[in-house]
Design a protein around this ligand. Structure first.
Ligand code: GDP
Length: 295
């Protein structure tokens, strides 16, 4: 099964839910009651209050203008409005590029770096991974396993080392060997722990000072945490400017609606999505396929 089918498959429940509920409330009468019920459906799908309000407003106007009568036409308008929310400000990845992966513990940072190193290498890039999560005992070993498996270089120190020093060396190594991508694993930190968040600032300072290419921070989010993820976006963004989101675990119970809320509230787009744990199970986020997958 190709990855897109996997993502589609994992969003099948959301699609059935959205589709089923919209069929249930659609009787050709696009009145206030209909839109109230649609609002409830979207919010229940993790789309979030402000993103839902924006979608409803857009779709209301379009439906009126185009005199929509059938359910299929309405769903097409809804898809179009949701897609529009995700089509802005898309930056292209440029090499040489350093990406720091940040986020709370267990969201799937190390796994995402492992999968991504495979994905980028397959495209012909030289990739270096940097084990700057010196806090969690097994993190560097886990990353080493991925590096061996995907055949990319790794820079690592012993457990407990200063993450700033690892990043410093990682950058020097990446520049010296002309790597196209330097993927930095950072320690999982609770967004409520200010000392660890301060450490993130320090790592970012080193990156700004030493790295000569493009540098981005990708926040890794576990899609199954739903609304909780918004709190993580808010706090991390205060300490390190988030350039993109990696949405993991889009399998299981994830509803995916969070993508819209992050786009509306923070103008940050999802860059990659991951499902399950296979090396191939990560893909560049494609808004159109995603909206197709949930509606
Ligand atoms: P980190 O602490 O953020 O580095 O998280 P890890 O990469 O160690 O992942 C935490 C757990 O989530 C591990 O058991 C991974 O195998 C699992 N995991 C990571 N990504 C995915 C995913 O896309 N889907 C599922 N189902 N599990 C994942």
């Amino acid at each position: 099964m190709g990855l897109f089918s996997k993502i589609k498959n994992s969003l099948k429940k959301t699609k059935e839910n959205f589709g089923g509920l919209i069929s249930k409330i659609f009787n050709g009468e696009l009145d206030d009651e209909f839109y109230e019920e649609l609002e409830f459906i979207l919010i229940s799908g993790d789309v979030g209050v402000s993103a839902t309000a924006e979608i409803i407003e857009a779709v209301k106007q379009k439906a009126k203008k185009e005199k929509v009568k059938t359910k299929d036409d309405f769903v097409a308008l809804l898809k179009q409005s949701m897609l529009e929310m995700l089509t802005f400000n898309k930056f292209e990845e440029e090499t040489p590029m350093l990406i720091a992966f940040i986020g709370v513990n267990g969201v799937g940072k190390t796994t995402a770096i492992g999968k991504l190193s495979h994905h980028l290498k397959k495209q012909g890039n030289k990739v270096l991974v940097v084990a700057a999560d010196t806090f969690r005992a097994a993190a560097a070993d886990q990353l080493t396993e991925w590096a061996t498996r995907t055949g990319v270089r790794i820079v690592k120190y012993a457990e407990g080392a200063d993450p700033g020093a690892v990043v410093y060396d990682g950058i020097a190594s990446g520049l010296a060997k002309h790597d196209d991508y330097v993927l930095v694993d950072t320690a999982g930190r609770l967004h409520t722990k200010s000392n660890l968040m301060e450490e993130l600032k320090k790592v970012n300072k080193i990156i700004t000072e030493r790295w000569t290419g493009v540098a981005k921070n990708y926040l890794v989010l576990d899609a199954t945490t739903g609304q909780n993820a918004m709190e993580q976006v808010k706090t991390f963004n205060e300490f390190a400017k988030i350039d993109g989101i990696v949405l993991t675990k889009l399998d299981g119970t994830a509803k995916g609606g969070i993508v819209f809320e992050i786009a509306t509230e923070y103008q940050i787009l999802v860059v990659y999505v991951g499902v399950v744990e296979g090396v191939e199970d990560i893909e560049v986020f494609d808004a159109e396929s995603f909206v197709d997958g949930i509606l």
